[in-house]
Design a protein. Sequence first.
Length: 164
Amino acid sequence: MRSEEFSQFIETWGSMGVLWGINRSMARIHAFIILSEEPVDLDTVASELNISRGNASMSLKELRNWGVIKRVHISGDRRDFYIAEPDTWNMLFNIAIERKKREFDPALSALRNLLSQPKIKKSKGVHKRLAELEKTISTFDLILGKFLKNEKASKAMLELLGNA
């Protein structure tokens, strides 16, 4: 039986996941697995969260692709079981990499493509604003790229900034 706090965390994590660019079910499953003391199987995920097995299966696969859960095997059982990535820094680092790849990179590419359009080049005020925006976002992209290049170095950098 889940506590109110347990359920609240699952629903809040689900809402936050939408901000990461993933669907609510996927984020709720992630929260459920984070809170699970033991490895959980597909049927348990589906029944506990009251979602279809198909939705649960697709979400588990995508969470594995994000690197935030791992598939494990239990001796004597043919089912696949799942656990949360045990290293929370690694989990958050993987989320940051995926968000950059899925959201930030396409937005920067679209901005650069827009800047190359003749109609935008003719509109001096708009072109100037977009060029300044591109310059700022490109600088941020460079910093973010360096930060996400090395997990250990970025963890140390974050700890240093947190202690400042």
